[in-house]
Design a protein around this ligand. Structure first.
Ligand code: PEP
Length: 253
């Protein structure tokens, strides 16, 4: 059974003490995470080590990096490698968030390298895909997302792709308060799963968690997550408020 996942993306927010308080509030309120569910916190690099300690042995709860570099090591001032992440026991890493694609010119082929590096170190890539508004308005969002998947993930074999979590995040819905309707989310998730099924087989596609991201809040999470091909969410703004994120966790199937 594929996992149902609530993943927080703090982006470049919170000081250490603010982050500690937020994490404490969520960990204290969320109770036990069921075996088929996971809760993931993608937090800023400086707090990864400490947050991993705070989470400790809490079941099915993990810390994620928000990014990694696409080379193994070397003269890349300011960057963080997957080896470094592995050395501090990080199990998840967001790859290809639309903000990184846009502001740091991350290409599909660079993201394929990041996915490979993550998998080589047993780090689960949370691979983000999704179309900008003009693509949605032109009605070619399915083709656009398919190309992102093909160019960054289709070199993998059936075992490797099942280690990847996919997050569909329509760019027009990120941080805008404009959520995709649950039908729009389901349509795209179904499309993604059918594209995966064609490449890797139905059984493999059925094992891959596909998260929705884009203005998920406590009040809309349940409806979006109830869609058959939506396996939880990647959450920005609402993950910075303990009560909101707790409600989102409670909305997992
Ligand atoms: C995100 O950053 O991945 C995201 C979905 O942000 P928000 O929830 O704020 O739209």
């Amino acid at each position: 059974m594929r996992k149902q996942i609530a993943a927080a993306n703090w982006k470049m927010n919170k000081t250490l003490s603010e982050g500690e308080q937020l994490l404490k509030g969520i960990l204290g309120g969320m109770g036990e995470v069921q075996e088929h569910q996971q809760v993931v916190f993608a937090i800023p690099y400086p707090y990864l080590l400490k947050s991993n300690e705070s989470i400790g042995a809490k079941k099915n709860t993990f810390v994620a990096a928000q990014n990694c570099h696409h080379k193994t090591s070397g003269a890349y001032t300011g960057e963080v490698s997957v080896d470094m992440l592995q050395s501090i026991c990080i199990k998840y890493c967001i790859v290809g968030h639309s903000e990184r694609r846009e502001y740091f010119s991350e290409s599909n082929s660079m993201l394929a390298d990041k996915v490979n590096l993550c998998l080589s170190k047993s780090i689960v890539p949370i691979f983000c895909c999704g179309e900008p508004l003009n693509v949605r308005e032109a009605g070619i969002q399915n083709e656009f997302v398919q190309q992102q998947l093909q160019e960054s993930l289709f070199h993998l074999d059936a075992d490797a792709i099942q280690q990847v979590v996919i997050a569909y995040e329509p760019i027009w819905a990120i941080g805008t308060g404009k959520t995709a309707s649950s039908d729009q989310a389901q349509d795209m998730h179904k499309h993604i799963r059918s594209v995966l099924a064609k490449q890797f087989g139905q059984d493999v596609a059925g094992n891959i968690s596909i998260l929705y991201g884009g203005s998920v809040k406590g009040s809309n999470a349940k409806e979006i997550f109830s869609q058959p091909d939506v396996d939880g969410g990647l959450v920005g703004g609402a993950s910075l408020v303990a009560d909101e994120f707790l409600q989102i966790i409670k909305s997992l199937k």
